[in-house]
Design a protein around this ligand. Structure first.
Ligand SMILES: Nc1ncnc2c1ncn2[C@@H]1O[C@H](COP(=O)(O)OP(=O)(O)OP(=O)(O)O)[C@@H](O)[C@H]1O
Length: 259
């Protein structure tokens, strides 16, 4: 069964139509990249799937209409790494990551050993174990991004939505993050990740979905979606294409037309 099925999704913000009749599915074991220029609608799509925005169309999670799941039911099925990285309270990194376990705990009940194990594993995967006692509000931008990624991983859901999670990470942690997503997919989970790093997306994802001005304009293997013609038409750039250890290299090198 399709883990995430999006059918004829449209959304408007203010007077603007931001998503226009978008349909696609993500299966178990897939790591799918969501790409497109600024303002294409990537965040709006992810936020609509999370139920954070009103939209038209249908969203199903493991065959069940998303709006029929309560907020707790949805939180057990899908975790979300938001593009805006904010922490409201001064709390320790470990306490913040542990919030990811809330959907799995009965009200006011303490964490079990399995919850602590999920928190420890998530912190280890995002390389933040060394900061566990530090206040989350006193971290650098990239450190905080990894802590918030760890919180979503601790949620241990079948589907993970990540909105530009690699932005602001150093190269080693970008690669580590995408390797973590790959491992999750190999374990049978599903990951939908938006990014502007086309090369990283091409090397990490088996499939890319390209949005342009609210419409889905391409959906396929990276080499099918990332063509010189598409990059010129959608992004307005010329790119260098090559091969390296780990896969395809795509490097925008110039504007194909003045902005
Ligand atoms: N609250 C809002 N009211 C009106 N328009 C909005 C609102 N929020 C976003 N938009 C517009 O919706 C469009 C899609 O925004 P969205 O954040 O989904 O794009 P994106 O593809 O994630 O872009 P980026 O790569 O810059 O993060 C943009 O044109 C944006 O200006």
């Amino acid at each position: 069964m399709t883990r995430l099925a999006v059918s004829h999704l449209s959304a408007s913000l203010g007077k603007r139509q931001v998503l226009d009749d978008v349909s696609f599915g993500v299966g178990a074991g897939e790591l799918v990249g969501l790409i497109g220029p600024n303002g294409a609608g990537k965040s709006t799509l992810l936020r609509s799937i999370m139920g954070l925005l009103r939209s038209k169309g249908e969203i199903r999670l493991d065959g069940v209409r998303a709006e029929s799941l309560g907020s707790r039911g949805r939180a057990r099925k899908v975790a979300y790494m938001a593009q805006r990285r904010e922490v409201a309270w001064a709390m320790s990194v470990e306490a913040l990551v542990a919030l990811g376990r809330l959907p799995h705990l009965e009200r006011l009940s303490p964490m079990r050993a399995s919850d602590q194990a999920a928190v420890d594993r998530a912190m280890q995967l995002m390389d933040v174990t060394a900061y566990r006692q530090r206040e989350a509000t006193a971290l650098s931008g990239g450190e905080l991004a990894r802590v918030l990624a760890a919180r979503a991983l601790a949620q241990d859901t079948p589907l993970l939505l990540a909105d530009e999670p690699a932005a602001g990470l150093d190269p080693a942690h970008q690669i580590g993050l995408m390797q973590t997503f790959r491992t999750l997919a190999d374990e049978g989970r599903s990951v939908l990740v938006s990014t502007h790093d086309l090369g990283l997306a091409a090397r990490s994802c088996t499939r890319l979905i390209l949005l342009d001005r609210g419409r889905l304009v391409a959906d396929g293997m990276p080499e099918e979606v990332l063509t010189p013609e598409t990059l010129r038409a959608v992004y307005g750039v010329n790119a260098y294409f090559g091969e390296a250890e780990g896969g395809m290299v795509v490097l925008p090198v110039g504007l194909s037309a003045p902005i």
